[in-house]
Design a binder for this molecule. Sequence first.
Ligand code: G
Ligand code: G
Ligand code: MN
Ligand code: NA
Length: 254
Amino acid sequence: LELESYLRKALKKNEFYLMFQPLIDLETGKIFGSEALIRWNHPKLGLVSPADFIPLAEETGIIQEIGRWVLKTACIQNKKWQSLGNDYLSVAVNVSAYQFQQPGFLKEVKQALAESKLDPQYLTLELTESTMLTNIDYSIRVMRSLQNLGVNVSIDDFGTGYSSLSYLKDLPINTLKIDRSFINNLRVDTYDIAIVKAIITMGHGLEVKVVAEGVETKEQIELLKELNCHYAQGYYIHKPLPATDFEKGLEQTV
Ligand code: G
Ligand code: G
Ligand code: MN
Ligand code: NA
């Protein structure tokens, strides 16, 4: 209950900030964008993980306001980086189920784009399978509307939800992010490689981009390149970075 009351005040008190984890193109080794990740620094509690406060924010509906703030802040930041000469740069934002299912969600996205003047093609919204599958017909309509705006839609944590291959072909998505549980232990001699290979092949067939998340070793990068995975993200490449550090590291290649 204490946590909830702190959470309610956190936005007004400016206790949230965003970190940005680089996403690289495996063909060039270059950073092409980032995933924005929220952080909460509370004066008494210290750093609270989103894994702990996002579920509470969802239960209480506070996620609405937080989600709106994340979206707007990420768009503004990305637009700023573009204006500094990185016009190719894109940003991915996590959207919670509650936020996505609100009737005003589409309007919020339009508003964030309008306020930041970010070209929609440089925004990706990450949804989990369970978010999409809640009210699937409605979800598909919203996802299609997002795509009609020019925004990209991504399936986050792919492979961990109730992924049924039967609906995958009907989902309007641009990107598929292979869950890090398949990548963390990825080596030539593991079963994981069979699964990862299959997902990448499927991604090519469905004409979507595939991101491997949770890349922690050089060997994994090499394997993913061999498997023609488009993009990668993970601690081996970069941990989530404060905005200023992300900006400084933009020229690096992996
Ligand atoms: O960044 P970290 O590994 O601590 O993230 C933990 C979890 O919180 C992940 O599942 C991540 O997707 C989620 N998360 C991080 N930032 C956001 C955000 O801005 N919005 C939502 N809805 N989830 C987030
Ligand atoms: O659920 P989602 O994929 O949005 O979670 C993103 C979170 O995953 C990031 O906030 C980050 O803290 C975490 N993460 C990113 N890269 C790695 C990695 O290489 N290994 C592990 N264990 N976690 C990672
Ligand atoms: Mn994500
Ligand atoms: Na993920």
